[in-house]
Design a protein around this ligand. Structure first.
Ligand code: URA
Length: 284
């Protein structure tokens, strides 16, 4: 748990961090001092420690001394990536989001779940009633089928990362509208950039169209690989790098529940992904 910090000091620290961010300085670690920075960012001591210990040698450090001893010394570091911290920052940026109308009906924001170091990421459309209730993606009937698909690939749900195009449940499970998807997509892109999977499977037309910006029928979209370019941006900084992920499109599990005949085609798509990732069929 984060230790309680004097509210005034907390406010000062938050303002100082914002000041550095405004100057384009984003990455900090504590050379000494306790929970001050973690508390100011609203993250736990444990997470602050993990983040600190995961940082290796510091290159090109810029040092800032504060007038307040409690603030300690902050350094900007070219450090190894801390995926957990990156995901937490995305979650904090989403906050109690009211950026689009979907916020009105939601009970929980469904951020995404799974292995943050996964080679494989599944992207669905948006939460349904069960997901909205539990705050987790793909936990309803479609989720059960997705779990079976993952198991058939010889993986466990905990091995992959699962997220959606929109993070709040559309009313009556309607398809999210274009502006809703556009509002939420930057967060998904940041999640992909943080996790850096080797492959992404877009589940259904909404995920495929929003990721690929292609408007075509599912039958045309599936059955092949796409090279999906991810630009790595950091909180408004210009792109510093980009990388490419293999992306495949397949049918959404909810669609497969309605039309099980397409399971055969879906299995072909998943086998294509398995081959690329060097996975063996479950049981073989
Ligand atoms: N359908 C989706 O697209 N996502 C979920 O999380 C659940 C159902």
């Amino acid at each position: 748990m984060a230790r309680a910090l004097d509210p005034k000091l907390r406010e000062q620290l938050a303002a100082r961090l914002q000041y550095y961010r405004d100057m384009g300085i984003y990455d900090f670690y504590r050379r000494e001092g306790g929970a001050a920075l973690g508390a100011a960012e609203g993250i736990s001591d444990e997470m602050a420690r993990k983040r600190e210990s995961s940082r290796g040698s510091v290159a090109g450090a810029e040092v800032f001394a504060s007038s307040s001893a409690a603030v300690g010394v902050l350094e900007q570091a070219q450090a190894p990536r801390d995926v957990q911290a990156e995901l937490q920052a995305i979650s904090e940026d989403i906050g109690e989001c009211t950026r689009c109308r979907l916020c009105k009906g939601r009970n929980n924001i469904v951020f995404g779940t799974g292995n943050m170091h996964a080679d494989l990421m599944f992207v669905g459309e948006g939460p349904g009633a069960d997901e909205d209730e539990q705050g987790l993606p793909f936990v309803g009937r479609a989720g059960q089928l997705l779990n079976n698909m993952i198991a058939a690939m010889g993986l466990r749900r905990e091995d992959v990362y699962i997220a959606n195009v929109v993070k709040c449940r559309p009313p009556s499970n309607r398809t999210p509208e274009r502006d809703e998807c556009e509002t939420c997509m930057p967060f998904l892109m940041r999640q992909i950039a943080a996790i850096r999977p080797k492959a992404i499977v877009a589940l259904g037309a909404t995920a495929a169209k929003n990721l690929l910006a292609i408007n075509a029928p599912m039958a045309e979209l599936r059955g092949r690989w796409y090279d999906f370019r991810v630009n790595v941006t950091s909180q408004g900084r210009p792109d510093t790098s980009s990388f490419t992920v293999k992306l495949a499109v397949t049918y959404h599990p909810a669609f497969l529940l309605r039309d099980p005949r397409q399971k055969k085609e879906t299995w072909k798509d998943l086998q294509m992904v398995m081959k690329f990732l060097g996975l063996k069929k479950s049981g073989s």
